[in-house]
Write a protein that binds this ligand. Structure first.
Ligand code: FES
Ligand code: FES
Length: 165
């Protein structure tokens, strides 16, 4: 087993320094070392998207990354999507309002992929949304409500911008 390394990275806007086995998965580091269990582990081989985080601005499967790759990176996990601990993000509210959640296992990854999309494309088409979540598997919902939720979040964002102008 490799000796632990000191790993410094930005997580949800805060600089974190941890000791971790460089070969462990980033999912393990987030869940077990840092206690952020919002990121789910399912297939552990890059197929399901349950473990999605935003890594240097792009959605990525944390199960395919090692802890060593976190060093120097900027990471947003589902816990960092909300603006504060007492306020949900528009994407999270939209999932609730649209009833887009069943068992919930895929939802953190879906929310992260949806938030990553809206950060780059505030007016996504349905195709854009389906493409953005194409790496996220949901066994329950049939995807329609998840797509509606991301459309609803985009609308909320546009409405919030309009009231600010
Ligand atoms: S747990 Fe990472 S893609 Fe499935
Ligand atoms: S809500 Fe159950 S897997 Fe998506």
């Amino acid at each position: 087993m490799l000796p632990n390394l000191t790993i410094t990275f930005t997580l949800n806007g805060e600089e974190r320094t941890i000791e971790a086995n460089p070969a462990e998965t980033a999912t393990f580091t987030l869940r077990e070392t840092l206690g952020l269990t919002g990121t789910k582990l399912d297939c552990a081989e890059g197929e399901c998207g349950s473990c999605t985080v935003i890594f240097n601005g792009q959605p990525a499967c944390s199960c395919l990354m090692t802890a060593a790759q976190l060093h120097g990176a900027e990471v947003v996990s589902v816990e960092g999507i909300a603006p504060s601990q007492t306020e949900h993000a528009d994407v999270q509210r939209a999932f609730v309002e649209e009833g887009a959640v069943q068992c919930g296992h895929c939802i953190p990854g879906m929310i992260v992929s949806g938030a990553a999309l809206l950060a780059k494309n505030p007016e996504p088409t349905e195709d854009d949304i389906r493409w953005a979540i194409s790496g996220n598997i949901c066994r329950c919902t049939g995807y329609a409500k998840i797509v509606s939720a991301i459309q609803r979040a985009a609308q909320m964002r546009r409405e919030a911008m309009a009231t600010r102008v």
